[in-house]
Design a protein around this ligand. Structure first.
Ligand code: PH2
Ligand code: MG
Ligand code: MG
Length: 150
């Protein structure tokens, strides 16, 4: 799961998100990457810098149940999607990157995350905690995907 925040007390929000995920039924946090400050990619110009990180979870939920749980934690942390622009500033963004070897393509959810292989702010913390994890569609490791960004 990728964590991102660029409004409010970003580090506190990301730690709270990790705690709430760990406390949710069927989920446990196995690893937490360092949080790195990153320049915003895409979205409206002039938004503040992000703090980004990645979690590895033990997950006993279905993909859709995990997605719903993450959405509800985003909301509890003060995210208001109705007032947001696409890729605009947000208090907390929790994105499913990978679910083992599973490939999911539904209207709600695409896994692997469709942009993950293009985003340094995802691949850097991912390669830190799971350098050898394999992207099941591209069949490359996190480290290889990061190196491919140059
Ligand atoms: N998330 C986005 C769009 N752009 N840029 C950075 N640096 N970090 C993010 O988490 C991020 C972004 C959409 O979710
Ligand atoms: Mg998201
Ligand atoms: Mg996102």
């Amino acid at each position: 799961v990728a964590l991102g925040a660029n409004l409010g007390d970003r580090a506190r929000t990301l730690m709270q998100a990790a705690e709430m995920i760990d406390a949710a039924g069927g989920l446990a946090v196995r690893m937490i990457s360092q949080f790195i400050e990153t320049a915003p990619e895409g979205g409206p110009p002039g938004q503040p810098p992000y703090l980004n990180g990645v979690l590895e979870l033990d997950c006993r939920l279905s993909p859709l149940a995990l997605y719903e749980t993450l959405r509800s934690i985003e909301a509890l942390l003060g995210r208001n999607r109705a007032r947001e622009q696409r890729w605009g500033p947000r208090t907390c963004d929790l994105d499913i990157l990978l679910l083992g070897d599973m490939v999911v393509r539904t209207p709600e959810l695409t896994v692997p995350h469709p942009q993950m292989h293009l985003r340094r702010f995802v691949l850097e913390p991912l390669a830190q905690i799971a350098p050898d994890v394999v992207h099941p569609v591209l069949r490359k490791t996190a480290r290889e995907l990061l190196e491919a960004l140059g």
